[in-house]
Design a protein around this ligand. Structure first.
Ligand SMILES: *Cc1c(COP(=O)(O)O)cnc(C)c1O
Length: 378
């Protein structure tokens, strides 16, 4: 049995014709690297985040690494994060020479469990690095109360949370550092890229240094390097894509929410009991619906691979898995992590599947996916 319908991927970027024309103009302009478009994009992002300081970079990964550097985190410091994320989240902690400490996730939100985070705090803890998986924020009041109580910085890995909201306020518009990714699958893309929202002008100045070799310029020909920076600046080509995406992000978020609502309606109230699968939390009004993830019923080793293969081969539907637990990768096992340490993240990491959800999808596409999932699971 194979589907005659076109392939439906789990994610696909949408770039409108105005944006394509604007990129063509940049290509003809004689200025490709960081310039007026980056400045304009940063100004609009700052406005979007309530006037806070924003700087752009060429990935969400280096954005988090730079936040750690600005916070002065390095060797001897512990940073608490979730094992259920893309490797970047923990890799950046290693990259600055600090020690990643994992805490398990909550089975319903699939985000850091703040009770477990509290238990993981030691005198060496310097920062919390929470992830808003699929665009669902943590309880931000509880997160910041815990950070304040222990004098910790917070570097929010908000890579997936552009357009997410907590208690009526945009993620990034309040708090400490908020790091966003503009990688191609994210709700707002620049091809590759990221931005960091910061608290004050001094941090923004440091961010500018770290993203370009630590250079400070003065006068006509003055130049100095006083910190070790990297090559992390965004191009005007990428910023132009970002400007086009930012103009439509509210509509995109609204459409994603409509698709998510349709997923819940089509799965129906009896889906979980009938199949043993688990839907995401219906977090309307806070999630930006970056991903729509279900947890499969455990049918032994190979459960997820078999499910993904059948959706692909019998229904021509692509799926993803976000994520395999970071602590079980070789690099982290070598640092003493092993199975059984974070059982909730390990179970979700084994059984989570990401269903298609992207800006150009239709309600009919959702119906097609739900029909296929029900057929495979029952
Ligand atoms: C995408 C993503 C990153 C990394 O962002 P890049 O732009 O690919 O470097 C980090 N953390 C999470 C949770 C992500 O989804």
């Amino acid at each position: 049995m194979t589907s005659s319908l076109p392939f439906l991927p789990f994610s696909r970027p949408t770039i409108d014709e105005e944006t394509i024309a604007a990129v063509a103009q940049v290509l003809r302009s004689g200025w490709l690297t960081s310039g007026p478009k980056v400045q304009a994009f940063e100004a609009q992002l700052s406005e979007y985040f309530g006037g806070r300081h924003v700087r752009t970079f060429n990935s969400g990964t280096c954005t988090m690494e730079i936040a750690l550097r600005i916070a002065g985190i390095g060797p001897g410091d512990e940073v608490i994060t979730t094992p259920l994320s893309w490797p970047a989240t923990a890799n950046v902690i290693l990259a600055v020479g600090a020690t990643p400490v994992f805490a398990d996730v909550d089975p319903l939100t699939r985000n850091l469990d703040l009770v477990k985070v509290r238990a993981a705090i030691t005198p060496a803890t310097r920062a919390l690095l929470p992830v808003y998986l699929s665009g669902l924020p943590l309880d931000m009041e509880a997160l910041y109360a815990l950070a304040l109580e222990h004098g910790l910085r917070v570097i929010e890995d908000a890579a997936q949370a552009f357009g997410s909201v907590w208690d009526g306020r945009r993620i990034g518009a309040f708090g400490d550092f908020a790091s966003f990714s503009f990688q191609a699958n994210k709700n707002l893309t620049t091809g590759e890229g990221g931005c960091l929202v910061m608290t004050n002008a001094e941090e923004a100045r440091l961010a500018e240094k770290y993203r370009l070799q630590g250079v400070t310029r003065s006068g006509v020909d003055g130049i100095d390097v006083d910190v070790l920076g990297g090559k992390w600046n965004m191009t005007d080509i990428a910023a132009t894509i970002g400007l086009g995406q930012l103009a439509t992000i509210d509509d995109v978020t609204a459409h994603r929410e409509q698709l998510a609502r349709h997923y819940f309606a089509c799965f129906g109230a009896e889906f979980e009991a009938a199949t043993g699968a688990q839907l995401p939390l219906p977090a309307f009004g806070s999630s930006n619906w970056h991903l729509f993830q279900i947890i499969l019923p455990d049918r032994g080793p190979g459960t997820r691979a078999a499910f993904m293969r059948r959706l692909q081969e019998e229904h021509n539907i692509g799926t993803g898995f976000h994520y395999a637990p970071i602590h079980l990768f070789t690099l982290y096992r070598e640092r003493g992590f092993k199975e059984g340490m974070f059982p909730v993240a390990e179970r979700i990491g084994r059984l989570t599947v990401t269903l298609p959800l992207f800006a150009a999808m239709t309600l009919a596409d959702v119906e097609r996916v739900v029909g296929a999932v029900k057929q495979v699971l029952t």
